[in-house]
Design a binder for this molecule. Structure first.
Ligand code: SAH
Length: 266
């Protein structure tokens, strides 16, 4: 289970934090590290020194220019956030995160991503809106921002607790966590890449039919994202929605296509 949890660090500016995050991961048995557009030289001698024996994690870390390729195969994307944002989003505590984890990973192919932001300004709204859920580590109300690697440590610890709970026996370890919905689901959940393609299609169609004005977006796409991310679409549901959009596209095209008469009048 732990090998299918990916720690994603976006825009990290201190190599030491990358090394310390790798060390935090290794102590808890996590293996997958992805670095997205680091704002430093990445795996420097300082990073290796701070990894202090977890350099194998650094060696195997993947490097990406953008967030998308780091999430492609993920079915549950969780963003670690130090503060609350303008548009409320599903939010859990580290404990709730760890209680949900085994159910989320029950399908043996599911990868879970835990996304962490920049030391100075965290995650952008756009990045946060690509997450199903946000997780906030409760802190003193005076000061809510942990060091990046410390935040990785806390959540990696919760991953380990979830894993240990699965080792103590199937019956008593996971009450009510058979799947995110509490029952054995009939279809696999949609992964990140397919979900993003659906949002692109939805946006395009809403623009075409004149429902969405990109010049005056009024958080429409953010709110629709929140709706669909909250519902955890499975692959069948996502295909149905794509099918509906394709049908709308076709009707829209035939409605806006000039008729013979129109063409004649030009
Ligand atoms: N100054 C930034 C905090 C950056 S700390 C801000 O205000 O957003 C770097 C990263 O560590 C954050 O983006 C987040 O992913 C993680 N982090 C720090 N404190 C956290 C907390 N209390 N709960 C969850 N994640 C936290």
């Amino acid at each position: 289970m732990l090998e299918r949890i990916r720690i994603v660090l976006i825009g990290t500016s201190h190599p030491g934090n990358i090394g310390a995050a790798a060390r935090a991961m290794k102590t808890m048995g996590l293996e997958q590290l992805s670095l997205v557009a680091p704002r430093c030289d990445g795996i420097t001698p300082e990073a290796i020194a701070r990894a202090s024996g977890a350099d194998d994690i650094l060696e195997r870390a993947t490097l990406h220019d953008t967030l998308e390729p780091a999430l492609t195969d993920c079915r549950w994307v969780v963003g670690a956030s130090a503060r609350s944002r303008h548009l409320p989003w599903p939010l859990c505590s580290p404990r709730e995160f760890s209680a949900r984890l085994p159910g989320e990973m029950q399908d043996n192919k599911s990868t879970v991503a835990l996304v962490f932001g920049r030391e100075d300004k965290g995650l952008t709204n756009d990045e946060l809106q690509r997450c199903h859920t946000h997780v906030h580590i409760p802190t003193s109300s005076d000061y809510s921002s942990l060091n990046l690697a410390a935040a990785v440590q806390v959540l990696a610890y919760e991953c380990r607790q979830a894993f240990l709970a699965t080792q103590t026996g199937p019956s008593d370890a996971l009450p009510g966590s058979a799947y995110p919905f509490g029952v054995e689901w009939d279809n696999p959940l949609a992964n990140h890449a397919d979900t993003e393609r659906f949002f692109e299609h939805l946006e395009r169609t809403l623009i075409d039919i004149g429902f969405h004005d990109p010049g005056n977006p009024r958080q429409l796409m953010a709110r629709l994202r929140r709706l669909y991310m909250r519902s955890r679409m499975d692959v069948m549901e996502l295909n149905m929605l794509r099918g509906i959009l394709t049908r709308v596209d076709r009707l829209q095209n035939s409605a806006t296509r000039p008729t013979d008469q129109d063409e004649g009048s030009h």
